[in-house]
Design a binder for this molecule. Structure first.
Ligand code: WT7
Length: 663
């Protein structure tokens, strides 16, 4: 991408949309009065963080975490950009999520679960603790130990959280793989992590179907994954699956005779709690490595600051545990603060588009956190669905994953929040571990489409190409974080150089590069404008264009492929692929049969979310004379817009007609 007007175009567009979008929503009086963080407290926190950055985080870490050995050193920058936080302390994440609550709230409900078919289950903190200990002992009994990598490939059931916490309890490093990813993606992640065990289920329920997790695991392990010794299989769908008695163990058999006591493995603050793979601008996903103490600290403080969590809240974050949101705001954050969380296994439209709202009513959900794509999809189904249910228990709404369009924001505010619930639009990333730029809802006004201001102790800013701070309002630039923060990623597993290059290369170690462009308005509010790299945001999930391209060219008929994002009403961004075949180009560049085949193929290579929405066949791709694919041009074509950019550097101008589907 050339940098000429990389930000210019978008800025103009965004300014236009905000000119009509000058609405400001102050916190409702009642909400502000009862909030964890009131206006004055927020100002104090901001002030403390500014005056004594390390002291600010050290105080919070002492206050918010239970330590086996207290730390004395706060931040170690001697080996930057490999920062260490609280590194001489020792703790255990599962202890902080479970044991420390037992005396004060052992009988409080920790997890309310609802399956797609309507089955429900509740686990108190004491019961959850018991299950985690037994499963942790089970893991130990098959030889899993501190530092081992364990892949979790489960549906959205309490056992997903139990498996994560059991790994944390014994110091094993979990790597959760989203159940919607294919066998091929699972295999790549197992191999990159060198995992010794996969925890999966016979199947999960979604969209009225059974997701064949065990079958996919078998397929992944059939040719490769040499490091795997065991597969633990949870019985969930109760349908027949193949069992390899040498390798596979049923979950219920594993825990059968395990005791309810399991001494936590005390680990150093910096001990990796988990890896989570996410897409970047190359074909290979990155294993984002998180720490124990720093990660947990930001998870906790954001639960308190942003989600205003209180002891009587019923908190529901709809994310799958396969994404970072499901780590920080389904498992670790809510449990570390001792709240009651809700987990739902299925799809939002089963049996109809009222399911989410029915769940909110039935379980008296008070805090609801979801993605703009879900809000748009449900909005489209009509107000009659939410209007059938009593949503009066809801007091706070949240969104994450992509910029929310003001129309969806207003619907969320009016139809779901009945105009009395603040909306927290939370900007963050797999890499940041927790919310970074987000409202503190009792202390400030929100604006539809803006994630508002950086949280206390988070030094977010916007810089130009040369790394100079942009101070003028509404000027787009690179979103950067200027100081290390506790829950930042520590490295990329197996590829430290990529960590250094991707996040610290552009501004020579000075700033963390988020990979997003952003601007700030005249009140300093942040407006995220989109990714600056070749990363797509499909339904709030990150997908590298290169990943999809690699999957396409792996098909025997495909010679070359280029993939771009195309704005989509529901998904945010859809996938448009341009493909050059090894054989003859189909007539008019259309071949529905082959397109179906390639979509299925990509689904098998990566997962259903990566299937291109449209494929156009051409004899060639538009390249500059130096051989670089002109993606900007392809984006314009995908949108069906008129080509206004300079095409004189194009090697073969005649190809444009084909790409536009005109010949
Ligand atoms: C990318 C991170 C963090 C959990 C979900 C996605 C985009 C995320 C927002 C928001 C505008 C957002 C950014 C970011 N993004 N939240 N509130 N407003 N954009 O995690 O897969 O690591 O993706 O999602 O582009 O860089 P992820």
């Amino acid at each position: 991408m050339s940098s000429d007007n990389m930000f210019g175009n978008n800025v103009t567009k965004n300014i236009e949309s905000t000119l009509q979008e000058d609405r400001l929503f102050p916190p409702p009086d009642g909400f502000a009065a009862a909030a964890n963080i009131k206006k004055t407290t927020l100002a104090e926190l901001q002030q403390q963080a500014k005056q004594d950055y390390e002291g600010f985080w050290a105080n919070l870490a002492h206050q918010e975490l239970n330590w086996q050995h207290a730390f004395s050193a706060t931040l170690d920058s001697s080996n930057a950009p490999h920062f260490r936080w609280f590194y001489d302390g020792q703790l255990n994440a599962s202890y902080n999520c479970l044991d420390r609550h037992l005396a004060s709230r052992g009988d409080k409900t920790a997890i309310i679960f609802e399956g797609e078919k309507g089955d429900t289950q509740q686990l108190s903190y004491r019961q959850l603790h018991t299950k985690v200990c037994q499963f942790a002992n089970g893991l130990k009994s098959i030889g899993i130990k501190k530092g081992d990598r364990v892949v979790i490939y489960l549906p959205m059931v309490p056992e997903a959280a139990i498996a994560m916490l059991a790994c944390a309890r014994i110091g094993a490093i979990h790597s959760v793989v989203f159940g919607g990813f294919s066998a091929e993606s699972l295999k790549d992640r197992i191999e990159d992590a060198g995992a010794v065990c996969v925890i999966t289920a016979d199947g999960g329920h979604r969209g009225g179907k059974i997701i064949e997790l065990k079958a996919a695991t078998d397929k992944a392990l059939a040719n490769g994954c040499q490091t795997i010794n065991h597969v633990i299989v949870l019985q969930r769908s109760h349908h027949d699956v193949a069992i390899d008695t040498q390798r596979d163990i049923w979950w219920h058999t594993l825990v059968e005779n395990q005791t309810e006591h399991c001494e936590p493995e005390w680990v150093n603050s910096e001990h990796p709690l988990f890896l989570l793979y996410t897409s970047g601008s190359t074909g290979k996903p990155k294993g984002i490595q998180h720490s124990t103490a720093g990660y947990l600290l930001n998870a906790i403080v954001t639960m308190k600051w942003v989600f205003d969590i209180k002891d009587d809240d019923i908190y529901w974050c709809t994310a799958d545990v396969g994404w970072v949101t499901g780590h920080t705001y389904v498992t670790y954050g809510p449990l570390a603060v001792g709240s009651t969380l809700l987990m739902y296994e299925g799809a939002p439209i089963i049996p109809d588009a009222g399911r989410f709202w029915k769940i909110c009513q039935d379980h008296k959900v008070s805090i609801f956190y979801t993605a703009p794509t879900a809000i748009r999809a449900l909005m489209k189904q009509g107000d009659q669905h939410p209007n059938r249910y009593d949503l009066s228990s809801i007091r706070l709404l949240g969104t994450v994953g992509e910029p929310i369009n003001p129309e969806a924001w207003m619907w969320y505010h009016t139809v779901i929040g009945k105009k009395h619930c603040p909306i927290v639009d939370t900007w963050w990333q797999t890499e940041t571990g927790a919310n970074m730029i987000a409202p503190v809802p009792g202390a400030m006004a929100t604006k539809p489409g803006s994630c508002t201001l950086a949280l206390p102790g988070i030094d977010a800013d916007i810089v130009d190409e040369a790394g100079n701070l942009i101070t003028a309002p509404n000027q787009g630039g690179y979103l950067v974080i200027k100081k290390p923060w506790p829950s930042m990623l520590r490295t990329i597993w197996n590829d430290d150089q990529r960590y250094i290059d991707t996040y610290w290369g552009k501004f020579e170690g000075k700033y963390y590069l988020a990979g997003d462009s952003a601007r700030r308005d005249d009140q300093g509010y942040f407006w995220i404008m989109g990714r600056i790299d070749d990363v797509l945001n499909v339904s709030g999930h990150r997908l590298g264009t290169m990943e999809v391209e690699s999957a396409l060219v792996a098909h025997p008929d495909v010679a070359e492929a280029a993939v771009v994002g195309k704005p989509d009403d529901i998904k945010g961004e859809g996938i448009f692929a341009f493909v050059v075949l090894k054989g003859q180009r189909p007539e008019n560049g259309i071949d529905d049969m082959l397109t179906q085949e390639l979509r299925t193929w990509v689904g098998e290579q990566i997962g259903a979310i990566a299937k291109p929405d449209a494929i156009r066949y051409a004899d060639n791709l538009p390249k500059t004379r130096s051989g670089k694919i002109m993606r900007r041009l392809l984006r314009t074509i995908a949108k069906g817009e008129k080509i206004t950019q300079d095409t004189s550097t194009l090697e073969n101008e005649a190809i444009l007609e084909q790409l536009q589907g005109k010949s």
